[in-house]
Design a protein around this ligand. Sequence first.
Ligand SMILES: CSC[C@H]1O[C@H](OP(=O)(O)O)[C@H](O)[C@@H]1O
Length: 364
Amino acid sequence: MSLQSIKYSRGSLEILDQLLLPGQSKYVVVRGVEDGWKVINKMQVRGAPAIAIVGCLSLAVEINPEDFENKKSLRQEIEGKLNYLVSARPTAVNMKIAADELITLANELYKDEAIDVTQMKHRFLDATEAMLKKDIADNRAIGANGAQAILQRVAKAGKTPAGSTGSVRVLTHCNTGSLATAGYGTALGVVRQLAELGKLEHVYCTETRPYNQGARLTAYELVHEKFPATLVLDSMVAALLRAKNVAAVVVGADRVASNGDTANKIGTYQIAVVAKHHDVPFYVAAPLTSIDLAIPGGDHIIIEERPDREMTHVGEHRIAAPGINCWNPAFDVTPASLITGIITERGVFKPAELKEAITKLLES
Ligand SMILES: CSC[C@H]1O[C@H](OP(=O)(O)O)[C@H](O)[C@@H]1O
Protein backbone atom coordinates (compact mmCIF):
# COMPACT_ATOMS: atom_id res chain seq x y z
CA MET A 1 0.00 0.00 0.00
CA SER A 2 1.68 3.24 -1.09
CA LEU A 3 0.59 6.84 -0.68
CA GLN A 4 3.48 8.18 -2.76
CA SER A 5 1.80 9.45 -5.92
CA ILE A 6 5.06 10.59 -7.52
CA LYS A 7 8.50 8.90 -7.56
CA TYR A 8 11.24 11.11 -8.99
CA SER A 9 15.00 11.29 -9.20
CA ARG A 10 16.87 13.24 -11.86
CA GLY A 11 16.30 11.39 -15.13
CA SER A 12 13.53 9.14 -13.77
CA LEU A 13 9.80 9.75 -13.13
CA GLU A 14 7.10 7.28 -12.14
CA ILE A 15 3.50 7.91 -11.06
CA LEU A 16 1.19 5.69 -9.05
CA ASP A 17 -1.60 4.69 -11.46
CA GLN A 18 -4.64 5.93 -9.53
CA LEU A 19 -7.09 4.34 -11.97
CA LEU A 20 -6.06 0.97 -10.49
CA LEU A 21 -6.42 1.94 -6.80
CA PRO A 22 -7.36 0.58 -4.36
CA GLY A 23 -7.10 -2.88 -5.92
CA GLN A 24 -3.65 -2.53 -7.44
CA SER A 25 -0.67 -0.38 -6.41
CA LYS A 26 1.25 -0.06 -9.71
CA TYR A 27 3.67 2.61 -10.89
CA VAL A 28 3.77 3.85 -14.48
CA VAL A 29 7.01 5.17 -16.02
CA VAL A 30 6.77 8.69 -17.46
CA ARG A 31 9.51 9.05 -20.09
CA GLY A 32 8.72 12.59 -21.23
CA VAL A 33 6.09 15.22 -22.00
CA GLU A 34 3.91 13.01 -24.22
CA ASP A 35 3.65 10.44 -21.44
CA GLY A 36 3.07 13.26 -18.94
CA TRP A 37 0.21 14.69 -20.96
CA LYS A 38 -1.42 11.25 -21.28
CA VAL A 39 -1.24 10.21 -17.61
CA ILE A 40 -2.72 13.59 -16.63
CA ASN A 41 -5.46 13.56 -19.28
CA LYS A 42 -6.43 9.93 -18.49
CA MET A 43 -6.39 10.79 -14.75
CA GLN A 44 -3.86 8.10 -13.92
CA VAL A 45 -2.48 10.93 -11.85
CA ARG A 46 -4.85 13.71 -10.77
CA GLY A 47 -5.24 16.46 -8.25
CA ALA A 48 -4.43 20.06 -9.07
CA PRO A 49 -0.98 20.23 -7.40
CA ALA A 50 0.06 16.74 -8.56
CA ILE A 51 -0.93 17.61 -12.15
CA ALA A 52 1.43 20.60 -12.14
CA ILE A 53 4.30 18.70 -10.53
CA VAL A 54 4.04 15.64 -12.81
CA GLY A 55 3.64 17.85 -15.88
CA CYS A 56 6.77 19.87 -15.10
CA LEU A 57 8.80 16.82 -14.08
CA SER A 58 7.83 15.06 -17.32
CA LEU A 59 9.57 17.93 -19.14
CA ALA A 60 12.54 17.64 -16.78
CA VAL A 61 13.06 13.93 -17.56
CA GLU A 62 12.69 14.67 -21.28
CA ILE A 63 15.29 17.42 -21.50
CA ASN A 64 17.70 15.99 -18.91
CA PRO A 65 19.66 13.72 -21.33
CA GLU A 66 19.49 16.17 -24.24
CA ASP A 67 22.42 18.37 -25.39
CA PHE A 68 20.90 21.56 -26.74
CA GLU A 69 22.71 23.42 -29.50
CA ASN A 70 22.15 26.79 -27.83
CA LYS A 71 20.10 28.61 -25.19
CA LYS A 72 17.52 29.76 -27.74
CA SER A 73 16.61 26.20 -28.73
CA LEU A 74 16.34 25.19 -25.06
CA ARG A 75 14.13 28.17 -24.29
CA GLN A 76 11.85 27.38 -27.23
CA GLU A 77 11.61 23.72 -26.17
CA ILE A 78 10.69 24.68 -22.61
CA GLU A 79 8.01 27.16 -23.66
CA GLY A 80 6.42 24.93 -26.28
CA LYS A 81 6.30 21.80 -24.12
CA LEU A 82 4.97 23.57 -21.02
CA ASN A 83 2.16 25.23 -22.98
CA TYR A 84 1.29 21.81 -24.41
CA LEU A 85 1.08 20.30 -20.92
CA VAL A 86 -1.37 23.02 -19.84
CA SER A 87 -3.84 21.60 -22.40
CA ALA A 88 -4.02 18.19 -20.68
CA ARG A 89 -6.79 19.35 -18.30
CA PRO A 90 -8.28 22.88 -18.42
CA THR A 91 -9.85 23.58 -15.02
CA ALA A 92 -7.05 23.34 -12.45
CA VAL A 93 -4.84 26.42 -12.67
CA ASN A 94 -1.74 24.94 -11.05
CA MET A 95 -0.19 23.64 -14.30
CA LYS A 96 -0.75 27.04 -15.98
CA ILE A 97 0.81 28.95 -13.09
CA ALA A 98 3.78 26.58 -12.98
CA ALA A 99 4.23 26.82 -16.75
CA ASP A 100 4.15 30.63 -16.69
CA GLU A 101 6.68 30.79 -13.84
CA LEU A 102 9.07 28.32 -15.49
CA ILE A 103 8.80 30.07 -18.87
CA THR A 104 9.65 33.34 -17.13
CA LEU A 105 12.67 31.62 -15.55
CA ALA A 106 13.76 30.24 -18.93
CA ASN A 107 13.54 33.72 -20.46
CA GLU A 108 15.62 35.18 -17.62
CA LEU A 109 18.26 32.45 -17.96
CA TYR A 110 18.28 32.92 -21.74
CA LYS A 111 19.06 36.63 -21.32
CA ASP A 112 21.73 36.06 -18.67
CA GLU A 113 24.99 36.12 -20.63
CA ALA A 114 26.90 34.72 -17.64
CA ILE A 115 25.09 31.37 -18.03
CA ASP A 116 25.78 28.84 -20.79
CA VAL A 117 23.24 26.37 -22.19
CA THR A 118 24.30 23.55 -19.86
CA GLN A 119 24.03 25.75 -16.79
CA MET A 120 20.65 26.99 -18.08
CA LYS A 121 19.36 23.42 -18.34
CA HIS A 122 20.53 22.50 -14.84
CA ARG A 123 19.05 25.66 -13.32
CA PHE A 124 15.75 24.78 -14.99
CA LEU A 125 15.90 21.20 -13.69
CA ASP A 126 16.63 22.50 -10.19
CA ALA A 127 13.53 24.72 -10.36
CA THR A 128 11.20 21.92 -11.47
CA GLU A 129 12.56 19.59 -8.78
CA ALA A 130 12.08 22.23 -6.07
CA MET A 131 8.31 21.97 -6.66
CA LEU A 132 8.21 18.60 -4.87
CA LYS A 133 9.58 19.81 -1.53
CA LYS A 134 7.75 23.15 -1.72
CA ASP A 135 4.40 21.43 -2.23
CA ILE A 136 4.84 19.25 0.85
CA ALA A 137 5.93 22.23 2.94
CA ASP A 138 2.96 24.25 1.69
CA ASN A 139 0.58 21.41 2.52
CA ARG A 140 1.88 21.12 6.08
CA ALA A 141 1.35 24.86 6.51
CA ILE A 142 -2.16 24.56 5.06
CA GLY A 143 -2.83 21.73 7.49
CA ALA A 144 -1.69 23.77 10.48
CA ASN A 145 -3.57 26.93 9.42
CA GLY A 146 -6.73 24.98 8.64
CA ALA A 147 -6.81 22.94 11.84
CA GLN A 148 -6.33 26.09 13.92
CA ALA A 149 -9.09 27.90 12.03
CA ILE A 150 -11.59 25.06 12.48
CA LEU A 151 -10.85 24.57 16.19
CA GLN A 152 -11.07 28.32 16.85
CA ARG A 153 -14.34 28.52 14.91
CA VAL A 154 -15.87 25.69 16.91
CA ALA A 155 -14.76 27.21 20.21
CA LYS A 156 -16.01 30.69 19.22
CA ALA A 157 -19.37 29.32 18.08
CA GLY A 158 -19.79 27.74 21.47
CA LYS A 159 -20.69 24.50 19.74
CA THR A 160 -20.07 21.43 21.81
CA PRO A 161 -17.33 19.52 20.05
CA ALA A 162 -18.22 15.92 19.39
CA GLY A 163 -15.41 14.52 21.48
CA SER A 164 -14.49 15.01 25.16
CA THR A 165 -11.03 16.29 24.13
CA GLY A 166 -12.62 19.15 22.19
CA SER A 167 -12.14 17.08 19.06
CA VAL A 168 -14.24 17.64 15.98
CA ARG A 169 -15.99 15.80 13.20
CA VAL A 170 -15.29 16.99 9.67
CA LEU A 171 -16.54 16.16 6.21
CA THR A 172 -14.40 16.22 3.08
CA HIS A 173 -15.11 15.65 -0.62
CA CYS A 174 -13.09 14.05 -3.40
CA ASN A 175 -9.38 13.36 -2.76
CA THR A 176 -7.06 16.09 -1.63
CA GLY A 177 -4.40 14.05 0.13
CA SER A 178 -1.02 12.57 -0.69
CA LEU A 179 -2.54 11.12 -3.86
CA ALA A 180 -3.48 14.59 -5.15
CA THR A 181 -0.23 16.33 -4.23
CA ALA A 182 3.45 15.64 -3.63
CA GLY A 183 2.45 14.54 -0.12
CA TYR A 184 0.41 15.28 3.04
CA GLY A 185 -2.41 16.97 1.10
CA THR A 186 -4.45 20.13 1.26
CA ALA A 187 -7.92 19.55 2.77
CA LEU A 188 -6.75 16.11 3.84
CA GLY A 189 -3.67 17.85 5.23
CA VAL A 190 -6.04 19.75 7.54
CA VAL A 191 -7.52 16.39 8.59
CA ARG A 192 -4.01 15.00 9.18
CA GLN A 193 -3.11 18.02 11.34
CA LEU A 194 -6.32 17.68 13.38
CA ALA A 195 -5.36 14.04 13.99
CA GLU A 196 -1.78 15.01 14.93
CA LEU A 197 -3.26 17.47 17.48
CA GLY A 198 -5.49 14.73 18.90
CA LYS A 199 -8.51 16.74 17.77
CA LEU A 200 -9.97 14.51 15.07
CA GLU A 201 -13.10 12.89 16.45
CA HIS A 202 -14.17 11.57 13.05
CA VAL A 203 -13.75 12.27 9.36
CA TYR A 204 -16.44 11.57 6.80
CA CYS A 205 -15.53 11.27 3.12
CA THR A 206 -17.91 11.23 0.20
CA GLU A 207 -17.58 8.59 -2.49
CA THR A 208 -17.34 11.32 -5.15
CA ARG A 209 -18.96 9.82 -8.21
CA PRO A 210 -18.18 9.09 -11.00
CA TYR A 211 -14.38 8.70 -10.65
CA ASN A 212 -14.86 7.77 -6.98
CA GLN A 213 -11.87 9.73 -5.66
CA GLY A 214 -13.40 9.48 -2.18
CA ALA A 215 -14.31 5.79 -2.09
CA ARG A 216 -11.15 4.65 -3.91
CA LEU A 217 -8.50 7.20 -2.90
CA THR A 218 -9.45 9.18 0.23
CA ALA A 219 -10.77 6.07 1.96
CA TYR A 220 -7.49 4.36 0.96
CA GLU A 221 -5.49 7.16 2.63
CA LEU A 222 -7.69 7.28 5.75
CA VAL A 223 -7.49 3.50 6.26
CA HIS A 224 -3.71 3.69 5.72
CA GLU A 225 -3.49 6.37 8.44
CA LYS A 226 -5.86 4.42 10.73
CA PHE A 227 -8.03 7.54 11.22
CA PRO A 228 -11.60 7.20 12.56
CA ALA A 229 -13.34 7.53 9.23
CA THR A 230 -16.61 6.74 7.49
CA LEU A 231 -17.42 6.66 3.78
CA VAL A 232 -20.76 8.22 2.80
CA LEU A 233 -22.58 8.45 -0.51
CA ASP A 234 -22.67 11.83 -2.24
CA SER A 235 -26.45 11.75 -1.69
CA MET A 236 -26.07 11.42 2.10
CA VAL A 237 -24.48 14.80 2.85
CA ALA A 238 -27.70 16.56 3.94
CA ALA A 239 -28.71 13.68 6.22
CA LEU A 240 -25.15 13.51 7.58
CA LEU A 241 -24.99 17.21 8.49
CA ARG A 242 -28.42 16.95 10.10
CA ALA A 243 -27.59 13.88 12.21
CA LYS A 244 -23.89 13.69 13.00
CA ASN A 245 -22.79 17.01 14.58
CA VAL A 246 -20.24 17.73 11.85
CA ALA A 247 -18.23 20.79 12.93
CA ALA A 248 -16.89 21.79 9.52
CA VAL A 249 -16.59 20.89 5.88
CA VAL A 250 -13.14 21.19 4.29
CA VAL A 251 -12.56 20.61 0.58
CA GLY A 252 -9.84 21.27 -1.97
CA ALA A 253 -9.77 23.52 -5.00
CA ASP A 254 -8.78 23.38 -8.63
CA ARG A 255 -9.03 27.09 -9.30
CA VAL A 256 -9.95 29.91 -6.91
CA ALA A 257 -10.97 33.15 -8.64
CA SER A 258 -9.89 36.51 -7.22
CA ASN A 259 -13.30 37.04 -5.57
CA GLY A 260 -13.09 33.64 -3.83
CA ASP A 261 -15.46 31.72 -6.14
CA THR A 262 -13.97 28.22 -6.24
CA ALA A 263 -13.97 25.47 -8.86
CA ASN A 264 -13.66 22.07 -7.27
CA LYS A 265 -14.83 18.51 -7.84
CA ILE A 266 -18.43 18.16 -9.01
CA GLY A 267 -20.70 17.97 -5.97
CA THR A 268 -18.79 20.57 -3.97
CA TYR A 269 -21.33 23.31 -4.72
CA GLN A 270 -24.28 21.32 -3.39
CA ILE A 271 -22.31 20.38 -0.27
CA ALA A 272 -21.71 24.10 0.31
CA VAL A 273 -25.44 24.81 -0.08
CA VAL A 274 -26.32 22.08 2.42
CA ALA A 275 -23.63 23.31 4.82
CA LYS A 276 -25.13 26.80 4.67
CA HIS A 277 -28.57 25.39 5.44
CA HIS A 278 -27.19 23.58 8.50
CA ASP A 279 -24.96 26.47 9.64
CA VAL A 280 -21.82 24.34 9.23
CA PRO A 281 -18.68 26.34 8.30
CA PHE A 282 -17.39 25.49 4.80
CA TYR A 283 -13.66 25.82 4.13
CA VAL A 284 -11.63 25.58 0.95
CA ALA A 285 -8.02 24.44 1.41
CA ALA A 286 -5.67 25.42 -1.41
CA PRO A 287 -2.07 26.52 -1.98
CA LEU A 288 -1.44 29.91 -3.58
CA THR A 289 -0.65 27.96 -6.75
CA SER A 290 -4.40 27.19 -7.03
CA ILE A 291 -5.45 30.84 -6.84
CA ASP A 292 -5.99 32.62 -10.14
CA LEU A 293 -6.01 36.38 -9.53
CA ALA A 294 -6.24 36.93 -13.30
CA ILE A 295 -9.96 36.08 -13.30
CA PRO A 296 -12.61 38.12 -11.45
CA GLY A 297 -15.06 35.35 -10.69
CA GLY A 298 -16.11 31.74 -11.10
CA ASP A 299 -18.01 32.35 -14.35
CA HIS A 300 -14.61 32.73 -16.05
CA ILE A 301 -13.45 29.23 -15.08
CA ILE A 302 -13.52 26.60 -17.83
CA ILE A 303 -15.24 23.46 -16.51
CA GLU A 304 -13.83 20.25 -17.96
CA GLU A 305 -16.39 17.75 -19.24
CA ARG A 306 -15.30 14.14 -19.10
CA PRO A 307 -16.34 11.10 -21.24
CA ASP A 308 -19.83 9.60 -20.73
CA ARG A 309 -18.23 6.21 -20.06
CA GLU A 310 -16.94 7.47 -16.72
CA MET A 311 -20.63 7.71 -15.69
CA THR A 312 -22.12 4.73 -17.51
CA HIS A 313 -19.52 2.17 -16.43
CA VAL A 314 -17.67 1.13 -13.30
CA GLY A 315 -14.57 -0.42 -14.76
CA GLU A 316 -15.83 -2.74 -17.50
CA HIS A 317 -19.29 -3.11 -15.93
CA ARG A 318 -22.09 -1.02 -17.48
CA ILE A 319 -24.42 0.50 -14.87
CA ALA A 320 -26.44 2.91 -17.03
CA ALA A 321 -28.93 2.06 -19.78
CA PRO A 322 -27.37 2.04 -23.26
CA GLY A 323 -28.42 5.09 -25.24
CA ILE A 324 -29.08 7.44 -22.30
CA ASN A 325 -27.57 10.92 -22.67
CA CYS A 326 -25.02 11.95 -20.03
CA TRP A 327 -23.73 15.25 -18.67
CA ASN A 328 -20.39 14.75 -16.93
CA PRO A 329 -18.79 18.02 -15.78
CA ALA A 330 -15.77 17.15 -13.65
CA PHE A 331 -16.11 20.30 -11.54
CA ASP A 332 -18.57 22.90 -10.34
CA VAL A 333 -18.15 26.40 -8.94
CA THR A 334 -18.98 27.25 -5.33
CA PRO A 335 -19.78 30.97 -4.97
CA ALA A 336 -17.70 32.91 -2.46
CA SER A 337 -20.88 33.69 -0.48
CA LEU A 338 -21.00 30.04 0.63
CA ILE A 339 -17.34 29.85 1.66
CA THR A 340 -16.39 30.59 5.29
CA GLY A 341 -12.66 30.76 4.66
CA ILE A 342 -9.94 29.92 2.17
CA ILE A 343 -7.09 28.10 3.90
CA THR A 344 -3.69 28.68 2.33
CA GLU A 345 -0.09 28.11 3.40
CA ARG A 346 0.14 31.84 4.15
CA GLY A 347 -3.01 32.13 6.22
CA VAL A 348 -6.79 31.75 6.19
CA PHE A 349 -8.73 34.42 4.34
CA LYS A 350 -12.36 35.39 3.96
CA PRO A 351 -13.23 35.45 0.25
CA ALA A 352 -13.72 39.22 0.32
CA GLU A 353 -10.18 39.66 1.71
CA LEU A 354 -8.52 37.22 -0.68
CA LYS A 355 -7.50 39.38 -3.62
CA GLU A 356 -5.91 42.14 -1.55
CA ALA A 357 -4.21 39.70 0.83
CA ILE A 358 -2.74 37.47 -1.89
CA THR A 359 -1.66 40.45 -3.98
CA LYS A 360 0.26 41.83 -1.00
CA LEU A 361 1.82 38.42 -0.31
CA LEU A 362 2.92 37.97 -3.92
CA GLU A 363 4.34 41.51 -4.05
CA SER A 364 6.32 40.89 -0.85
C1 LIG B 1 -5.52 19.02 -3.87
S1 LIG B 1 -6.38 18.32 -5.21
C2 LIG B 1 -7.47 19.56 -5.69
C3 LIG B 1 -8.68 19.03 -6.45
O1 LIG B 1 -8.34 18.20 -7.60
C4 LIG B 1 -9.33 17.14 -7.72
O2 LIG B 1 -9.85 17.00 -9.02
P1 LIG B 1 -9.39 15.72 -9.94
O3 LIG B 1 -9.45 14.51 -9.07
O4 LIG B 1 -10.40 15.72 -11.08
O5 LIG B 1 -8.00 16.06 -10.41
C5 LIG B 1 -10.44 17.58 -6.79
O6 LIG B 1 -11.26 18.58 -7.39
C6 LIG B 1 -9.62 18.16 -5.65
O7 LIG B 1 -10.38 18.86 -4.73
